[in-house]
Write a protein of this length. Structure first.
Length: 245
């Protein structure tokens, strides 16, 4: 049986909260065999400890692979220590990159756990060129956030692309992605987040993933607020229903 591929782009706040639970599910999946690809060009530092659980400093994808692989022997875990770039991107000499076309393949399930719209736009647009792909994108600020879903099956869009639903993602085309920034620019670009919101976003991404595997996901977006928990599956979940095949 060929292994299905799950690709996690971003192993920071949301990604790090997602990975232990995602790995456990994939490792013990009785119906499928999986390969997990972890992608991140950034490194864990002591400053990250407030909202990211890691046992060593170093590249986030490699550290996460080294921590998780011994715990989940049925799962093949690969680390890509690079940012995701497009063919026309200008890359800072300090950054390692992988072209999006070399990373995401037909049939992949992509978990997009990044904190910048430029990368969201790049990944979303590339997924639209594939025949079959499932993209689950999570993001949050201090107390609220959302999970968006884009599913393409046999050249048919079941949900709208990320940038169609949120025009601010489309407007990011002229901004800089992490691989285009200097170290000083990267340090200044961070947005305030807290661990609770990261965990909430990661949990919703995992729930959407399970629903997608069972063809049961009915919404293209779920909004959440940790200060108004009752709205976790509120209006946004009703606004972008699955399209019929």
């Amino acid at each position: 049986m060929d292994r299905l591929r799950a690709v996690v782009i971003g192993c920071g706040g949301i990604g790090k909260a997602l990975l232990p639970h995602l790995c456990r599910f994939l490792n013990y999946d009785s119906e499928r065999r999986w390969k997990l690809v972890l992608v991140d060009g950034d490194a864990y530092t002591a400053d990250n400890a407030q909202r990211q659980a890691f046992g060593a400093l170093g590249n986030k994808a490699e550290v996460s692979r080294d921590e998780l692989a011994p715990l989940f022997p049925n799962l093949v875990i690969e680390a890509v220590a690079a940012y995701v770039a497009g063919p026309n991107d200008v890359v800072s000499g300090q950054q390692s990159v992988i072209q999006v076309a070399d990373l995401i393949k037909e049939g992949d399930i992509v978990f997009l756990c990044v904190d910048n719209h430029k990368t969201r736009l790049l990944v979303s647009r590339f997924c639209q060129t594939l025949h079959n792909v499932r993209l689950i994108s999570g993001g949050n600020g201090t107390t609220d956030g959302n999970v968006q879903v884009y599913v393409r099956r046999n050249d048919h869009d079941l949900f709208q692309p990320l940038e169609v639903v949120h025009s601010e993602i489309a407007l990011a085309a002229m901004s800089k992605a992490p691989h285009e920034m200097s170290c000083d620019e990267l340090a200044a670009s961070g947005t305030p987040q807290i661990y609770v919101a990261n965990v909430f976003a990661a949990t919703l991404m995992l729930a959407v993933f399970y629903a997608e595997l069972n063809r049961a996901n009915g919404a293209g977006e779920v909004y959440f607020s940790i200060t108004r928990v009752g709205t976790a599956c509120g209006p946004a979940a009703l606004s972008y229903p699955r399209k019929p095949l």
